[in-house]
Write a protein that binds this ligand. Structure first.
Ligand code: PMV
Length: 317
């Protein structure tokens, strides 16, 4: 029996960094996914492989060690953690297809974790629901990374566009945001931990300046929430541009990110900003009617993907 499970990546539209200090955030599942095929292994040993990432590894699920057969392992620690915690160590084969770039702030590890857990629980004929999946996926991310915000695994499990309030409650937008978006990323990966630390250092050094910037970011997110509900695409773009200026002032911008931000605006985006931690990683541009032009402009030098917010969270069959 082969099980197939798939879960989406995510992007943060508003509120990165400010969310660390209790401000609200808006994030959404994107139409880029991790897909897992899971079946019994006929090789007497558990295998994790991915043609997309070009690797194959034999896993020891008891010791959490692996032997590489081909390529360089991506994302393997999440799989080992899942199998050592939730599997009876009988040999299985896990095949990963991934169209979310790794290390670009688009939640690839959360998507892989959620999809693998869903496939494994179904394989084991275990009863589960989304709430359990989101909880267990967050536990896995936390143990592999040391610290993880529950945002990525929640969005990947439930799908859709969500608003995270100041008191950490998650509300799904009912409005279907029709605007199309483009994400641009360079091969330079961002490092979330390092970026969060550098913003904290700036905040500690200049609290009277940085605290109001963080509060202003929270205010932008509140305005954006209304703009999304009212489907005001130009306002969403304008708010993204203001947010970008504030993220820049916190020191998380880079030359490459800035270049993509301005290219997107020149090609007709109503707004563009860093998405996620910055210092590398990705930008997002709001492009009602200009998605193709913005995609081409960014893709000329860097990498671009056309994204729409996807209602579909994890599914398994
Ligand atoms: O780049 P990402 O997807 O890891 O997003 C980081 C978002 C931050 O607000 C900077 C950190 C966090 O944990 O919320």
């Amino acid at each position: 029996m082969e099980i197939i499970a798939s879960a989406p990546g995510k992007t943060i539209l508003f509120g990165e960094h400010a969310v660390v200090y209790g401000e609200p955030a808006i994030a959404g599942a994107v139409n880029k996914r991790a897909t897992i095929k899971l079946k019994e292994s006929d090789k007497g040993v558990s295998i994790f492989k991915s043609d997309d990432l070009g690797f194959e590894a034999e896993l020891n699920t008891r010791t959490k060690k692996y032997t590489l057969k081909k390529g360089r392992p991506g994302i393997i620690n999440y799989i080992l953690e899942i199998l050592s915690k939730f599997h009876d160590h009988s040999p299985i084969e896990i095949d990963l297809s991934l169209d979310i770039p790794i290390g670009s702030g688009l939640g690839s590890s959360a998507a892989v974790t959620v999809a693998t857990l869903a496939a494994l629980f179904k394989y084991q004929k275990k009863e589960f629901n989304r709430s359990l999946l989101a909880k267990k996926a967050h536990e896995i991310e936390s143990s592999v990374q040391g610290i993880a915000s529950p945002l990525d695994t929640r969005v990947s499990t439930y799908g859709g566009l969500i608003y995270l309030s100041r008191d950490k409650k998650i509300a799904k937008f009912n409005t279907n945001l029709k605007s199309s978006f483009v994400i641009g990323y360079t091969s330079k990966r961002g490092n979330t931990g390092r970026m969060v630390k550098s913003v904290k250092a700036l905040k500690t050094k200049y609290p009277d300046i940085v605290n109001p910037i963080i509060e202003a970011m929270g205010q932008i997110t509140e305005e954006a929430k209304l703009a999304i509900v009212n489907k005001e695409e130009y306002k969403i773009g304008a708010l993204m541009n203001i947010n970008q200026g504030l993220l820049d002032s916190l020191g998380v911008n880079t030359n490459e990110l800035s270049r993509m931000v301005y290219l997107a605006r020149k090609a007709g985006a109503t707004g563009s900003k860093i998405t996620g931690a910055g210092g590398g990683g990705s930008i997002i541009a709001c492009c009602p009617n200009t998605q193709d032009r913005v995609f081409k402009a960014i893709n000329y030098h860097d990498h671009a993907i056309k994204v729409n917010f996807s209602k579909e969270g994890v599914f398994v069959k």
